[in-house]
Design a protein around this ligand. Structure first.
Ligand code: ATP
Ligand code: MG
Length: 388
């Protein structure tokens, strides 16, 4: 018998999609989180993916944790594989039950699935037989079919798979099966969450960060790189475009009314991100904006920001409260990085009384004082790209 991870993915959700494409993408994404860290073998069998790791139990823990962050996966189980022989399967079931019992669990049931109809026992018969053998082998266990502390699952296929402990994964759709997007990634709490949510819908993401050295420090940049590192586990690698935004910001600061700085800067950011999107075959922009969460995120300012670009802009946080975003940030482990104190570029150039209900005509009027498209072009010429 050997140890492996048994991976289940969303079969029902798959119905409308192109299944083989989906499965290939999923397999690629699983390999990506393992490559370079683990020696492994991966194989498929009828709606399941299996991964065997070269390593011990703790390597399996780490590998399972990484795999559970790959979108498209529903659960990852710690399983044993045996040849299609009942006594081998029983031995594996006893081993699984003993492992659960060690954690203080005392009641169980057995659930057999038998896609391989050549197997000698019917599912119900095998449940009873395995249950009996477990009871014989481990003293302080008893059967409870209604509310067991744990279930021993047995899947009888070409081989037999036996498992109990299962990690819940993120669900969603494999990254790369819904096209590409560009996320405007600041060092804040919200945009990493927005990236996570769109990756979950299968978008392959490029990230863009607007850096205003020396008004923003190297530490602020490091913070965004660290956020991108965490996101890259979910996103299957991420390319971070770091735009030198200092000159753009200075120009806007000198030439435009200060209460409009934030909104005009945001419009330039959107346009630059749109150009990066078009160059990289991406069809959407993603931001961490919400409605009415802060003074600058009013309906009016969202409209004015939007008007700078033609691509659709996804704002997956639009219907969320701050604490809901924080909850997700904690779950995906970006929160602790996001709350590091380094300022992002906008906080330095914020006016005392920023306009909260900007009108597009007036903003366009102010933008006549600057060469808007020229600024965008200059930004595009001064980008550092980091593969995370
Ligand atoms: P976040 O927590 O993501 O920083 P926020 O609540 O602070 O968002 P704003 O500062 O108004 O909101 O920014 C709105 C959105 O604009 C961000 O979610 C992000 O997508 C984008 N953004 C802001 N500043 C930058 C920046 N320096 N680089 C890249 N994107 C940015
Ligand atoms: Mg912010």
């Amino acid at each position: 018998m050997e140890r492996l991870l048994l991976i289940k993915y969303g079969e029902i959700m798959l119905k409308g999609l192109n299944r083989p494409v989906f499965e290939k993408q999923l397999e690629r994404n699983i390999k990506r989180v393992l490559d370079g860290t683990f020696g492994y073998e991966i194989f498929k069998e009828h709606g399941r993916i299996f991964v065997a790791i070269n390593g011990d139990a703790s390597d399996y823990e780490r590998a399972a944790d990484r795999i559970s962050r790959v979108f498209g996966i529903v659960t990852v189980a710690f399983a044993y594989r045996t040849i299609p022989d009942s006594s081998e399967a029983i031995e594996a079931a006893i081993k699984v039950a003993a492992e659960e019992n060690k954690k203080g669990k005392t009641t169980f049931k057995v659930e057999t699935r038998r896609p391989n109809k050549n197997f000698h026992y019917k599912s119900m018969e095998f449940n009873a037989l395995v249950g009996e053998k477990i009871l014989e082998a481990i003293e302080d266990l008893s059967v409870d079919v209604h509310n067991p502390d744990f279930t021993v699952y047995i899947e009888i296929r070409k081989n037999i798979y036996v498992y109990s402990r299962t990690l819940k994964a993120g669900g969603g759709i494999p990254v790369g099966s819904s096209g590409r997007g560009v996320v405007l990634l600041s060092g804040g709490i919200d945009s990493p969450v927005a990236a996570y949510m769109m990756a979950k819908r299968g978008l392959k993401l490029e990230a863009v960060y607007f850096h205003s050295h020396p008004y923003t420090t190297e530490l602020a940049k490091e913070k965004v790189i660290d956020l991108a590192k965490i996101l890259s586990i979910y996103c299957g690698g991420i390319r971070l475009h770091i735009v030198n935004f200092t000159e753009a910001q200075m120009t806007i600061y000198e030439k435009c009314p200060h209460e409009q700085l934030t909104i005009i800067m945001r419009r330039v950011m959107m346009r630059v991100a749109e150009e990066i999107a078009l160059k990289n075959d991406a069809g959407a922009l993603v931001t961490g904006e919400s409605l009415a969460q802060v003074a600058s995120q009013t309906l009016e300012s969202l409209h004015v920001t939007n008007s700078a670009v033609n691509l659709p802009v996804f704002r997956p946080l639009v219907g969320m409260d701050k604490y809901e975003a924080i909850e997700i940030a904690k779950k995906i482990e970006t929160y602790e990085i996001s709350i590091r104190p380094y300022e992002d570029c906008c906080t330095i150039f914020v006016a005392k009384h920023p306009e909260t209900k900007p009108r597009l005509e007036r903003i366009l009027e102010s933008e006549k004082n600057i060469d808007f498209e020229g600024i965008v072009k200059k930004c595009l010429e001064d980008i550092e790209i980091i593969l995370v």
